[in-house]
Design a protein. Structure first.
Length: 129
């Protein structure tokens, strides 16, 4: 069965898309732990990040860098945290999280996002791409 992220890639589930190319997609997390929390994913559905071939893995990091630089400017955070977990969705994704300290990394802070706020945030981040 297709992962929820493959359904997003195929347009079967809507997302707040930030950036896309032929291999990767970045969109806002629906349960952000901080405003601007973004997921950068591979379009190929591979569960575990270190199963990616080197070229696809290094490309994911460069794609995440491009998006992360824009997130930092848009949110004016100190650092964009980079986390890979994958315990909920078995489809490689990098969490890009605007942070101002270690306490901002808690996934216990995740809250369902307000759709209107996500729409505003997408535009703010895209202005810095
Ligand atoms: P992980 O697999 O790394 O534990 O986390 C998966 C992340 O995907 C979670 O932060 C969760 O909020 C996010 N997520 C799960 N389903 C959807 C969805 O349908 N849309 C979006 N935008 N994010 C999702």
């Amino acid at each position: 069965m297709a992962s929820i992220f493959t359904k997003i890639i195929n347009g079967d589930i809507l997302c707040h898309k930030i950036l896309e190319d032929d291999r990767y997609l970045a969109f806002l997390d629906i349960n952000p732990i901080r405003p601007g929390h973004t997921l950068a994913i591979t379009k190929r559905e591979i569960d575990y990040i270190f199963d990616l071939e080197d070229n696809l893995l290094s490309g994911l990091m460069l794609f995440s860098k491009e998006v992360g630089i824009a997130i930092k400017k848009a949110t004016r955070c100190q650092r964009v945290g980079v986390v890979v977990a994958g315990y909920e969705v078995p489809h490689t994704h990098v969490h890009l999280i605007p942070t101002n300290g270690m306490s901002d990394f808690s996934f216990a802070l995740a809250q369902q996002a307000d759709q209107a706020e996500l729409t505003v945030m997408v535009t703010k981040i895209q202005e810095h791409l």
